[in-house]
Design a protein around this ligand. Structure first.
Ligand SMILES: C[S@@+](CC[C@H](N)C(=O)[O-])C[C@H]1O[C@@H](n2cnc3c(N)ncnc32)[C@H](O)[C@@H]1O
Length: 252
């Protein structure tokens, strides 16, 4: 059965949890330690939403988001925070999620397990060029650079804050990784032997077109978590349970 989009699942979870919490707080004894009925409702709703999210096997970051959502809304409404704080929080988020509304690719980070699996496909002896499209904080590149000193590693990132953090990390480590602040759609992928992407389902169709049109014959296109419909991958490596934790690779 096809899974509902995670946004719709989350809406259903939040509403169901609110209904159940509304019923549950009626059963609380009058001497319950949390006196405010609104806080009783918000905390019960958060706990129930978290459980529902876990049982729907949503990606790992959703259960804590569900748990915190309604309590945070209530906290923000009750706390008379100065207006500039909201502006500052908004600007901070903007710096991290710069063009997510357009690209539909938020920042989330790959882990060592994925980097290790990518490393298994890279040439041990000869030199090669590698690009991470949407390089985030640069984790993939810094890890692979250490394992493959003969490789040339490049990252490109649109959002200013992750890009700046990756530049500072490179500077602190004395890294040779080149980190650009550019849209990967404006690059020529023919300059690279290996192209790595950890983006989103929304980004894959256009990226696959770009890779097919530009990558050299024999080049390796690797995608973490997201496959393409046009061609079966040549290699599939499950990293953990669930299709979200799979590494796909195509020899062009
Ligand atoms: C899921 S994160 C992956 C971060 C990193 N590659 C990793 O594996 O940890 C995707 C990143 O791609 C960036 N991004 C999205 N669209 C982009 C584009 N068109 N050009 C450059 N970066 C982009 C986002 O800002 C985000 O930081």
């Amino acid at each position: 059965m096809k899974r509902l989009p995670v946004g719709l699942q989350s809406l259903i979870i939040q509403c169901t949890a609110l209904l159940l919490a509304g019923l549950a707080v009626r059963l609380l004894p009058p001497d319950f330690p949390i006196a405010s009925p609104l806080w009783q409702l918000a905390l019960a709703q958060g706990a129930l939403a978290c459980v529902l999210s876990l049982s729907w096997r949503q990606p790992a970051w959703w259960p804590p988001l569900h748990a915190a959502f309604l309590p945070s809304v209530l906290f923000t409404l009750q706390w008379n925070a100065p207006a500039w704080l909201y502006l500052a929080a908004f600007l901070l988020l903007l710096l991290f999620f710069w063009s997510t509304a357009r690209t539909r690719v938020p920042l989330y980070l790959s882990d060592r397990k994925a980097w290790h699996a990518v490393a298994a496909w890279l040439p041990e002896q000869q030199g090669f060029s590698f690009i991470d499209l949407g390089s985030g904080l640069g984790g993939v590149l810094f890890d692979l650079e250490k394992r493959f000193p003969q490789g040339r590693f490049v990252g490109t990132e649109l959002a200013p804050a992750p890009w700046l953090i990756s530049r500072v990390r490179a500077w602190l480590q004395g890294s040779r990784v080149r980190l650009m602040r550019r849209d990967y759609a404006a690059l020529n992928l023919a300059d690279f032997d290996v192209v790595f992407a950890f983006l989103s389902p929304a980004a894959m169709p256009a990226l696959w077109q770009q890779a097919q049109a530009q990558m050299r014959k024999g080049g390796l296109f690797i995608s973490l978590s997201f496959s393409v419909e046009e061609r079966e991958p040549d290699h599939v490596v499950p990293l953990a349970e669930g299709e979200r934790h799979t590494l796909y690779a195509w020899r062009m």
